[in-house]
Design a protein around this ligand. Structure first.
Ligand SMILES: NC(=O)c1ccc[n+]([C@@H]2O[C@H](COP(=O)([O-])OP(=O)(O)OC[C@H]3O[C@@H](n4cnc5c(N)ncnc54)[C@H](O)[C@@H]3O)[C@@H](O)[C@H]2O)c1
Length: 283
């Protein structure tokens, strides 16, 4: 049975970003009421201008703030009377360029995990009572990095693998309640976070080119992720991939992972690029 989004209340973190905003637009078109949250109030206010004020609540929220995340759920209930879907989507990667585990700034590594893993955990935990009460859904933006080697992007990839398991565990734990949880796996998507690998940083762009064939590297528009996401929510699917080309890599990740690790251990050009990246991050 299709989950009807009409009149449902959906909270989105990182709503002002590429995937968040594209998803907000498609959910709105299907009749959902939206709680749009992101770091800057001005950014969510700007997005909210696209919608009828009666169906949208724009609020600043930093998902590293546990108390503020809980407070937003209360604000949502005060405004709309309920919360049906929580979309834990906020995410960051390196501020600029990229680093290795050996050469990165320690505080930056921990900040990425703080947002990409603990931010998701806080959003889920705060929203769960309402999601269970309304037999709703939790959506979590993981990434193809949940099953790809995370070289030069380790805190991000580690967090994306962790939130995948968090969400799978949650889905199993919720099965008896009528509520559910879904992992979203975007591949490369043309948004701010991915710019570094598409010309934003020459070394990272080269690593992307050397490490992946062209057809896997091609970035899709955020609207394509949003479309897959909305369909997946309507079907209450356990996993949502966009684009589909990543599905075999996820399904056969055991074999693919072993082969990738062997290739990467022998790949002289990639070794040179890693050394170059380390030299750059020490400048
Ligand atoms: N673009 C890609 O290639 C790609 C691929 C796989 C997964 N993802 C994931 O998709 C999600 C959305 O990213 P996007 O591609 O739209 O990038 P984006 O950079 O456009 O959006 C990310 C949003 O998260 C917000 N954010 C950052 N830190 C936050 C915090 N502490 N609290 C609240 N909000 C915060 C940012 O302000 C931004 O609006 C992220 O989780 C990202 O990791 C992106």
């Amino acid at each position: 049975m299709t989950y009807d989004l009409n009149d449902k209340v959906v909270l989105i973190t990182g709503a002002a970003g590429g995937i968040g905003a594209a998803t907000a637009r498609q959910l709105y078109a299907l009749g959902a009421n939206l709680v749009l949250t992101d770091m800057q109030q001005s950014a969510v206010d700007k997005l909210a201008q696209e919608f009828s004020p009666s169906r949208v609540l724009p609020v600043a929220l930093d998902v590293t703030d546990a108390a503020a995340t809980k407070a937003i759920i209360q604000t949502t209930i005060q405004r709309f009377g309920r919360l049906d879907v929580a979309f834990a989507n906020a995410g960051i990667s390196w501020r600029s360029g990229a680093s290795t585990i050996a050469s990165c700034d320690e505080a930056e590594f921990e900040k990425i995990v703080e947002v990409d893993l603990f931010g998701v955990w806080r959003t889920i935990r705060a929203a769960l009572p309402e999601i269970i009460r309304n037999q709703g859904q939790v959506l979590v933006t993981s990434s193809a990095y949940a099953f790809l080697n995370g070289l030069a992007n380790a805190p991000y990839a580690a967090s994306k693998a962790a939130v995948e398991m968090l969400t799978r565990s949650l889905r199993a734990e919720l099965a008896h309640t009528g509520a559910t949880a879904t992992v979203v796996y975007p591949g490369w998507t043309a948004t701010a976070i991915a710019k570094v690998a598409f010309g934003g940083n020459a070394t990272v762009t080269k690593m992307n080119e050397v490490g992946l064939p062209g057809w896997l590297r091609r970035a899709i528009p955020p609207e394509q992720v949003a479309l897959a996401l909305v369909k997946g929510v309507q079907d209450r699917r356990p996993r949502i991939y966009a684009p589909w080309r990543w599905v075999p890599f996820s399904l056969f990740r055991g074999i693919f992972g072993v082969l990738t690790d062997v290739v990467l251990s022998r790949h002289k050009e990639m070794h040179a690029l890693i050394q170059q990246l380390e030299a750059e991050s020490q400048r």
